[in-house]
Design a protein around this ligand. Structure first.
Ligand code: GUN
Ligand code: ZN
Length: 439
């Protein structure tokens, strides 16, 4: 019925496929309507087009939101983030293994408590929406209650989210080890939540050093029995970690083969970081259709190294963009792209705004096999999008006024924008964040 129609007039930007690496997007990859209309029916997008054309066929009596000074893009997607680490962002001065022991593990112990997990789930989702992120693949803690609380918070907001209980049964404080119950708890969470509403379960062995071979094999068996599950873990982030893995798995050919042997590498697998890989490992990841989550602000913060995007492209290995909060320093997709640009510059691989915003939306959706649901402004997809205000700050406004092309404006946003430029965030056909309401 017409009561579920929503009409928004704005500039619309969306990618239907990879725009390529050139200065201009590949023909047919970019959909851009300078004066566009976004027509929602309930939780879905019904039509997208030029205002002048679509407005001829509109239902009567429906008010049109006039956002002609705003720019709408699909909601941003974050393929790797730890909600349980929100409160330890910006903890000073260590590389990965010390940072885990000194800050991360003690913090995650707090998530055995349901009230704490519930409060942090809501605080985290508020921050994600404030930053324009509508979907994320999320690590809980090793406590099942941390994941129940998170799913429950996502369910009441009707968000599309992936999350999993961390599996870890060695080399960490006792309070975090899940021992023999980790797999049974995972099965129970899958039965309760996977595929319900817009929720999906991502099987989550933390990384090879904190899981026994027995636990990783059991995680692989879960994936074999239920191919619609996702898998998330960490791979080749830091040199201290590489030495430790080599010591713990002396019989393995390399770090990736530890995960391959357990059956954890497939088209729904996301491996965070992948900084210290060779081309053989990259090709094996490409063959199995797995993706590496590139987490530039985290890699810079922990001094882990510079992700090699050119080598990824050369070997056909998919990569996605992610914040990796709490080692990451920025929840904002703009901030992630800015850091990715800077990492790229240091390696002679600058990132175009086309690549950046394609990656943050359709690229990430595709790598997570969610592109039937989200990632574009297109009919029948779910109505998850961000309303960007290019005049959000006086500086941004000045800079944007000097831009003559869309490419220049998107690049200026990538380098200068932050959560102040997110005027509204819509998810599931509803406005779930408005800037002026909750700064
Ligand atoms: N490797 C294993 N656990 C973690 C974590 O929590 N954060 C990061 N950045 N790397 C990890
Ligand atoms: Zn991580």
């Amino acid at each position: 019925t017409s009561s579920t129609d929503t009409l928004i007039r704005a500039e619309l930007v969306s990618f239907s496929r990879d725009p390529g690496d050139g200065d201009m997007p590949q023909p047919g990859s970019l959909e851009h309507y300078g004066d566009g209309l976004l027509w929602l029916k309930g939780q879905h997008i019904h039509a997208v087009g030029h205002f002048s054309e679509l407005s001829l066929s509109l239902p009567e009596g429906i008010p049109v939101y006039d956002y002609r000074d705003k720019l709408i893009m699909p909601g941003f997607i974050d393929t790797h983030v730890h909600y349980v680490q929100l409160d330890i962002m910006a903890s000073y001065g260590r590389q990965l293994l010390d940072w885990l022991n000194d800050y991360t593990f003690p913090e995650e112990c707090r998530f055995a408590n349901h009230a704490h997990a519930e409060a942090l789930s809501n605080a985290f989702l508020d921050e994600m929406l404030r930053a324009g992120t509508t979907t994320a693949q999320v690590f809980g803690s090793s406590h099942p209650v941390s994941v129940d609380a998170f799913f429950s918070a996502c369910k009441s907001r009707q968000l599309r989210m992936l999350v999993g209980k961390v599996l870890m049964d060695r080399n960490a404080p006792d309070a975090l080890l899940d021992g023999a119950t980790g797999i049974a708890d995972t099965e129970r969470l899958i039965a309760d939540w996977h595929g319900k509403q817009r929720l999906g379960y991502s099987v989550t062995p933390r990384f090879a050093p904190t899981s026994t071979k027995i636990q990783m094999d059991a995680a692989g068996a879960l994936l074999r029995n239920e191919p619609t599950l996702w898998l998330q873990t960490h791979l080749a982030e830091n040199s201290g970690e590489l030495d430790w893995v080599a010591e713990l798995f002396p019989g393995s050919r390399d770090y990736l083969s530890v995960y391959e042997d357990a059956g954890l590498v497939g088209p729904r697998s996301t491996f965070a970081h992948g900084i210290h890989l060779n081309n053989d490992m990259r090709k094996r990841l490409a063959e199995r259709g797995a993706n590496i989550a590139f987490c530039p602000s985290s890699n810079l913060f922990l001094g882990s190294g510079l992700f090699d995007r050119a080598a990824a492209k050369q070997t056909g290995m998919a990569f996605t963009f992610a914040s990796d909060i709490g080692a990451g320093t920025d929840l904002s997709g703009f901030g992630t792209l800015k850091a990715a640009y800077q990492v790229g510059q240091l390696g002679g691989q600058p990132l175009t705004a086309w690549q950046g915003f394609y990656g943050l939306t359709m690229g990430n959706a595709k790598a997570l096999s969610l592109d039937n649901h989200i990632g574009q402004l297109a009919p029948s997809l779910e109505a998850d999008f961000v309303v960007i205000d290019p005049q959000a700050t006086s500086l941004l406004s000045r800079r944007i006024s000097h831009c003559t092309t869309l490419g220049e404006r998107l690049f200026a946003l990538m380098m200068l924008a932050d959560d102040r430029a997110i005027y509204e965030t819509w998810a599931g056909g509803r406005c779930q964040h408005r800037r002026d309401r909750s700064q």
